[in-house]
Design a protein around this ligand. Structure first.
Ligand SMILES: [Fe+2]
Length: 393
């Protein structure tokens, strides 16, 4: 999305003769969304991308709702979730609605297959893990703190060189930068918390011309299908366009601060259909001597709020830890924990690091995450009450 990019060889114009060294034609493919009217790229393959040898439905992906629908604030500790598995096939669903889902995986296996999510755009926040995202668009180095944006349909494979913890967002709509951060011509405006220079694109195009049997696992119809291609899918000699995987590191987000408290939209990082993703980063606090840096209690304005704590420090919460996820649903006010408001007055800066997703429609909690639930969290605002959760550090 962010802007036009090209790698490798492309012909002088679109849709004209473009020959391989052996005299055959390269196979041109348009990849994008919204029919022929959305963002797209043109790729040039050594072999047609359509030569499927076999297909097989592997399994259905059931996202089962927590049957207890009592409205309350929730807290889950991701360290208590099952570890291991594939980075693409063993994701644990946490929360979802028809617009957005959040999943968690700490993979310990290396995928041999390539993966394609055909029903959602993905934003993968790498709490930990470095390595490379391989795709037909080239190799994209990734590192801890990256948001890796994978528009739907992009075939890819994760290659980690250090253990990864992946918070995966699956979005029904196209994931993009907020429109208010862009000029009417598409450039990121001065005053936005990042610029195009912060977006990393595939840097190295690797063309593999190899025949054989290459499995590709596609997510569609809420399940996984394996299709076997008769050649290596990374056979692209060149591409150009606006549709490709890209990365933005949370530490490249430039926080916007004020004399008094700034509302959460200043932390917005991505826009989707029916949700936003925000980044809370280390920053100086509000600098008026009478400012109260901790947020005021708020009733979610038509949104559910989910916070992933990417460090153990967060100015308004006690009892949370690195890897915690809190869910504050629409219909209930929430605010700082006891003592946090007073403690924030006069503080100069915060080292908090958190990823927030606000959905505009209610989220369902998945049964799979209940094993990691801190069931008393909803009572943790009662000072010195039975459920008060002391800070862990
Ligand atoms: Fe909030």
């Amino acid at each position: 999305m962010p802007f036009y990019h090209t790698l490798g060889q492309v012909p002088r114009k679109r849709h004209i003769v473009f020959r391989r060294p052996d005299g055959g034609l390269y196979s041109e493919q348009l990849m994008g969304n919204e029919g022929f009217t959305g963002p797209a790229s043109l790729l040039y393959h050594v072999h047609p991308p359509t030569t499927v040898l076999a297909v097989k439905r592997l399994r259905e992906l059931q996202w089962v709702k927590d049957p207890d629908q009592a409205l309350r604030h929730r807290h889950f500790r991701t360290r208590q979730l099952t570890k291991g598995g594939s980075p693409t096939l063993d994701r644990i669903p946490l929360l979802f609605n028809n617009d957005i889902a959040m999943l968690w995986v700490e993979p310990d296996k290396k995928d041999e297959h390539f993966y394609r999510n055909a029903q959602a755009d993905e934003v993968v926040y790498l709490a930990e893990g470095a390595g490379t995202l391989e795709s037909q668009f080239g190799f994209l180095p990734v590192k801890p703190g990256d948001y890796v944006v994978l528009p739907r349909g992009i075939m890819h494979r994760w290659r980690f060189t250090s253990p990864a913890k992946m918070l995966v967002f699956e979005s029904r709509g196209y994931v993009r930068t907020p429109s208010r951060y862009r000029t009417e011509y598409g450039q990121i405006v001065e005053g936005a918390p990042y610029s195009e220079r912060d977006f990393r694109r595939p840097a190295e195009l690797v063309t593999i011309d190899e025949k054989g049997e290459f499995p590709i696992i596609v997510k569609q119809y809420n399940g996984l299908t394996e299709m076997v291609l008769d050649h290596h899918p990374c056979d692209v000699v060149g591409w150009d366009g606006y549709f490709y995987p890209w990365a933005f590191n949370i530490h490249d987000f430039e926080p916007i601060v004020g004399r008094i408290h700034q509302p959460p939209p200043v932390h917005q990082t991505f826009q989707g259909d029916g949700f936003v993703i925000c980044s809370f980063c280390p920053r100086p606090y509000d600098f008026d001597p009478e400012a109260v840096p901790a947020p005021y209690a708020h009733s979610n304005v038509d949104s559910d709020e989910v916070l992933f704590y990417a460090s153990s420090e967060f100015m308004s919460r006690k009892g949370i830890e690195y890897g915690s996820i809190t869910h504050h649903p629409d219909g209930l006010p929430h605010g700082p924990h006891p003592g946090r408001t007073e403690a924030s007055i006069g503080a100069k800066r915060t080292n908090e690091l958190a990823v927030m997703m606000d959905s505009f429609r209610p989220l369902h909690v998945c049964k799979d995450v209940l094993v990691a639930e801190d069931k008393e969290y909803y009572r943790s605002w009662v000072e010195n009450g039975p459920a008060f959760n002391p800070p862990t550090s």
